[in-house]
Design a binder for this molecule. Structure first.
Ligand code: VGL
Ligand code: ZN
Length: 240
C-alpha cells in the first residue's frame, strides 16, 4: 500500500485538529456518561496536539442544569432507554426524536472539565456546545434544527475555521456514534475535507456502535484514517 515516494497532500493543505468532548463525564471510571474505554482517546489526541496543525480546537459539551437531553428533566424517563421529541422553539412543526441521558457535563461541575490527562495547554480554542436548555446539540457546529436555524445552538466553529483558512479537518474524541459523528458529518457537509482518526474515537455503543457510524460517515464523504496513516504524515511534514 505504501507509496515509496510518499503520497502528496491536497493543495492547498491547511489542516485543523478538532477534539470532540474529551471531558471527565465521558471518561471511565467516574464519568456520569462514561463511554466504554473513553479515556483511551487521550494519548491519541495528545500525540496529534504535538503536530503542526494550523489550528487546534477542542469542544466541550456544556449543559445548563435541567437540559432537555437529561432523563431527569422528563417525568418517568430513564437514561439511555427513553427518548423524547424536541421541537424547534421558533417552529413547532420542526421536530426530532432524541435519546435521553444521565445528567452530564453541567457547566461548573467537575465532570464538565476536559479529561485531566489531555494536553490542554496546546489547545488554542475551546468551543462550547449544548448551552441552550431547550435543544440537543451533538454537533460542534449546530443543532439539527434548521428551519429556521437557532442562533443559541450555532457555534462559532465554522466562522473560525474559515477565518483561519482551514481546508482539512481531522476529528477525534467522544463519542464516535454521537458527537463525533454529527460534528464530522456537518463538517463535510459544510465543505471541509473531513477525516476521523479512528484510534482517537470510542463510542457509546462500543465497537458495534462505531462500525455503524463509520459506514454512515463514509457514505457522507468523511474519510476514516489511521493515526499512522499517510494523512497524518502530511501534517507531520508541514514542519519540514
Ligand atoms: C454526547 C451524549 C450526550 C457526546 C453528548 O459528546 O457524544 N453524547 N451528549
Ligand atoms: Zn450532552
Amino acid at each position: 500500500m505504501t507509496d515509496p515516494a510518499g503520497t502528496q497532500p491536497p493543495e492547498p493543505f491547511r489542516p485543523a485538529l478538532l477534539i470532540i468532548d474529551v471531558q471527565e463525564d465521558f471518561c471511565p471510571p467516574h464519568g456520569a456518561l462514561a463511554v466504554p474505554d473513553g479515556r483511551a482517546v487521550v494519548p491519541v489526541a495528545n500525540a496529534l496536539l504535538a503536530l503542526p496543525f494550523v489550528y487546534k480546537i477542542a469542544t466541550k459539551d456544556h449543559h445548563p442544569p435541567g437540559h432537555v437531553s437529561f432523563a431527569s428533566s422528563h417525568a418517568g424517563a430513564a437514561p439511555f432507554a427513553s427518548s423524547t421529541t424536541i421541537a424547534n422553539p421558533a417552529n413547532a412543526a420542526e421536530t426530532y426524536e432524541t435519546r435521553l441521558w444521565p445528567e452530564h457535563c453541567v457547566a461548573g461541575t467537575p465532570g464538565n472539565a476536559l479529561a485531566r490527562e489531555l494536553d490542554a495547554a496546546r489547545v488554542e480554542h475551546v468551543v462550547l456546545k449544548g448551552l441552550d436548555p431547550r435543544v440537543e446539540m451533538y454537533s460542534a457546529f449546530r443543532s439539527p434544527l434548521r428551519d429556521p436555524p437557532l442562533p443559541s445552538a450555532t457555534s462559532e466553529l465554522a466562522y473560525i475555521l474559515r477565518a483561519r483558512g482551514v481546508t482539512d479537518v481531522f476529528v477525534v474524541g467522544l463519542a464516535g456514534d454521537y458527537c463525533v459523528f454529527w460534528s464530522a458529518s456537518d463538517c463535510a457537509e459544510d465543505g471541509w475535507r473531513t477525516y476521523v482518526v479512528e484510534e482517537g474515537v470510542r463510542s457509546v455503543g462500543g465497537q458495534e456502535g462505531w462500525e455503524k457510524a463509520k459506514r454512515e460517515l463514509e457514505g457522507k464523504g468523511v474519510r476514516i484514517v489511521s493515526a499512522d496513516g499517510e494523512e497524518i504524515e502530511w501534517v507531520r511534514n508541514l514542519a519540514a
